[in-house]
Write a new protein. Sequence first.
Length: 435
Amino acid sequence: MDLPVRRAKPLLGDLHIPGDKSISHRAALLAALGNGTSVLHGFLEAQDPHSTIRCLRSLGIRVETSGEEVRVHGRGLRGLSAPTNDLHAGNSGTTLRLLSGILAGHPFESVLTGDDSLRRRPMNRIVEPLTLMGASVKATNGKPPVRIRGKERLKPISYTLPVPSAQVKSAILLAGLYADGVTTVEEPVQTRDHTERMLGLQVQRHADRISVSVAGGMTIPSREFRIPGDISSAVFLIAAAACIKGSDCVIRRVGINPTRSAVLDVLQHSGVRIEKINCLEDDAEPLCDLHVAFSPPEHPVHIDPGTTPLVIDEIPALAVLAACARVGFSVEGAGELRVKESDRIALLSENLRRWGIDVREHQNGFRFDPPASLREATIESGGDHRIAMAFAVAGMVHGGITINEAECADVSFPGFWNLVERLVAGKPGPYSRMT
């Protein structure tokens, strides 16, 4: 659908966001490998996490859903059954890559595939390490479908990630659960660590790298997971509140895992005022309420290569925020954006140009100077949820934005457009409780 986005009223009072997508995936997968029934509270009711649930059901796991509460009846580390059909991961790279690591340790054949977008994403980065561990893993010209014939006992490896990727790291660590010995993954810079936290693994920090190890055969107990709000979703509301005059709101129960919260440092460094309140550790994942008031960035937003992996999903929102505030923007070391749900560097650059911004694109990033003016524009989302929601911020701040294929926002933020419509009118929505 094509959706016009008008200027929004000030964002006031309490705002609520759906559960964290990355944590929802991992909680469901680890619960399936646990001994007994796990209960997941705050599970993200969106397309991507439900792709994980669909695949688990096809592998013999009983999963009961009731809104944001999900019960997973785990069958232990080796309890998955051979699927009778291909496993369809939809648009979810997390589902496909992490599940590949688990299936590498099961002695049956399975095929993982996905939608048109997912079938364009690179998979050799998991094929290589999982093959080194002894599984037979074959991608189709380096992309899905991926055919896996696992082994009951894998070989432990020590593997250095050529490209920082939490999904690849997690796939190897999950495969390491089935190895005879200790599997170690090293990465040049820290990526999100939800898998390590859920498994209780220790991260070792060295001068030039970070490493994490897992011992094969560990037992995963059943448990209750309390999933915090997704900071990658909160960023769209933070950006809108920062740029809409008169805004003063609190976004409730946002996960601020240190490997995900670098975006708050980037925002604060640019001049956005964000206050963390009511902070607590819950289920190994820290969370806070975030108080945000009108405070458009005063300084250019620059993301260096060391920070990029920690804010990779927030770059579309940060770029649009900088444009809304008429400050410059630059990002380096972001080649991974080209193999997300879309080529986000190309798509962001094209849509920013449509909006009137002179963008200089290069292989691993892009930059622009403070725009002199912004015009009405029709935005091509390319079916990418983060592109669509980022330019929703542009419409909420400046108006005159129409977004094609807007329904793709449901991949990570169900009800997003209903919330936007109500914020435009100054009314509450399903993830908003205005005062």
